[in-house]
Design a protein around this ligand. Structure first.
Ligand code: ADP
Length: 488
């Protein structure tokens, strides 16, 4: 058994703001059949501590940890083996994992996530009797200091991996915090954590981890270019030999339209007509008029990254072309206002719910016709995978994981019966407008459309292949031979 500690700031179903949580929550069970035992180290936010109330037991006590008392609490919650860093001075507060109720970053995020990284390092040193992970698998900047502690501070022999879920978030803090980080002074000297005069937690991980992974093969290439690397491309190029692109899968139990009891009607690829009651329920929920036209959908953070500012000015055109639109999301106030304005101009044709609603996102995927993901960059993207799984045909830009997971319905692909969606490039308003036109034209060819839906529903969006790749990577870091069929 390879013992891996996954270190992250969120994990579904305990705490989620985005795709990171889905991935961290899905990996342990995906990896179990491959001889990997994975626990998840999380900050002890109120929701996490509540979930651990029944099973959690204290395995370590810190009298003074980054400014207050702290405990490591181990237990089972949400189907995961969790170790929570309970540190009320850092995590017992209202708001999201990163933002206060006022919508601004907590000013002490640097300390909150340094503590997370330090606890991971401590665990890898074996502070808890009977538990000493072989590998720290860190996710995004919030856990980025852990590999640096392992490299510069004494006592850990763990191998380290950083997975980049989004290189736009780099965890940049002022140099004046250095002394409070408990990082060996050697780290200050050799440039690993320094980033344009500041400290970057993500750069620290990229410079010091034994392996770097990101969540799709295309993004693994993109982040080594100036257009997508966001300043870190030079470092990534220099470390190209340890960079791997491993595609995300989805939790096929949570996302299974044939068994999803939250839906008005379950269905499968062979009973796709049974999506109709879901479309009806979706119309009702978003106040849309009932007709036969396609419903385009957005389930997303409403941000520049997601390209949704390009969709706002196309709303009128989309309606003129006879289609309808539902939007579930929140984010940039200008984009929120843009969609709300479009809904007011087009009652019955455009419906908007501003907010985060996991249950509603299932109804959208199971009831709408087209899942739109027109991102400017997209490390992997999960909503297009849920769309494939649910027969909600993805319309995506040709970037990152979107390019790796959706096959464009050009005539040749339609002829060959391999198309699963509509892919456009470049990520511009003009190209998006043309992609919407093309999608409507495809929808008007029901045979082609249904074939595309079925094809998508049958495409492999599981963790199977990728779990194998992670397991191989862990084994190679530990110098172990892994037989392809090994189950232990
Ligand atoms: P990112 O992590 O960049 O936001 P992903 O596509 O990787 O994008 O993952 C987004 C996840 O968050 C998906 O599980 C998606 O269904 C979910 N999601 C995004 N916005 C909402 C929302 N408003 N309500 C419910 N779920 C949402």
């Amino acid at each position: 058994m390879i013992e891996v500690l996954s270190v992250a700031s969120e994990a579904y179903p305990l705490i989620k703001t985005g795709g990171l949580a889905d991935v961290v929550g899905a990996l342990p069970s995906a990896l179990a059949p491959h001889g990997v035992s994975m626990r998840v180290l999380l900050p002890g936010y109120p929701k996490v501590m509540e979930a651990l109330a029944a099973s959690g037991r204290e395995v370590w006590f810190y009298p003074d940890f980054f400014g207050g008392e702290a405990r490591l609490i181990a237990g089972r919650a949400g189907g995961l083996d969790v170790i929570a860093l309970q540190a009320d001075h850092l995590y017992a507060r209202p708001g999201s994992p990163y933002l206060g109720p006022d919508g601004r970053d907590f000013p002490d995020n640097w300390r909150r996530f340094a503590a997370l990284g330090y606890a991971a390092y401590d665990l890898s040193c074996g502070i808890v009797e009977g538990y000493r992970p072989d590998i720290l698998h860190c996710h995004d900047w919030q856990s980025g200091l852990a590999p640096a502690y392992v490299k510069y501070n004494p006592g850990s022999t763990a191998r380290t991996i950083i997975t980049v879920h989004n290189i736009a978030f780099q965890g940049i803090v002022g140099w004046e915090s250095f002394n409070a980080l408990r990082l060996d002074f050697a780290a200050a000297g050799d440039g690993a954590i320094e980033y344009f005069g500041n400290i970057s937690y993500l750069k620290a991980a990229l410079a010091t981890a034994d392996a770097i992974t990101t969540v799709s093969p295309t993004y693994a290439h993109e982040i080594r270019t100036a257009s997508y690397g966001m300043g870190l491309e030079g470092l990534l190029k220099a470390r190209a030999d340890v960079v791997h692109g491993i595609l995300n899968g989805i939790d096929q139990h949570a996302w299974d339209p044939s068994r999803d009891e939250t839906l008005p009607q379950t269905y499968s690829a062979s009973t796709i007509v049974n999506r109709a009651p879901n479309k009806l329920a979706l119309e009702e929920r978003f106040g849309l008029a009932h007709d036969d036209s396609p419903i385009f959908a957005v389930v997303s953070r409403l941000t520049w990254q997601k390209g949704l500012d390009m969709l706002v000015p196309l709303c009128d055109q989309l309606v003129e072309r006879g289609a309808r639109l539902v939007v579930l999301g929140s984010g940039d106030p200008e984009i929120e206002n843009g969609f709300n304005g479009a809904a007011m101009r087009h009652p019955g044709r455009i419906g908007v719910v501003i907010g985060y609603d996991e249950g509603l996102s299932h109804l959208v995927q199971a009831g709408a016709d087209v899942m739109m993901v027109p991102s400017r960059f997209e490390p992997c993207g999960l909503t297009q995978l849920y769309g494939l799984r649910d027969g909600c045909v993805p319309l995506v830009s040709r970037v990152g994981g979107l390019a790796d997971t959706v096959i464009d319905a050009n005539e040749a692909a339609v002829e060959a019966g391999v198309a699963t969606g509509v892919v456009f490039s470049p990520a511009t308003e003009e190209a998006l407008s043309e992609a919407i036109r093309r999608t409507i034209a495809l929808y008007e060819r029901p045979k082609v459309w249904h074939k595309m839906q079925r094809r998508g529903m049958k495409s492999d969006v599981s963790w199977e292949a990728s779990a194998e790749k992670y397991a191989d990577l862990y084994a190679s870091l530990l110098g172990l031979e892994r037989d392809a069929d090994t189950d232990d």
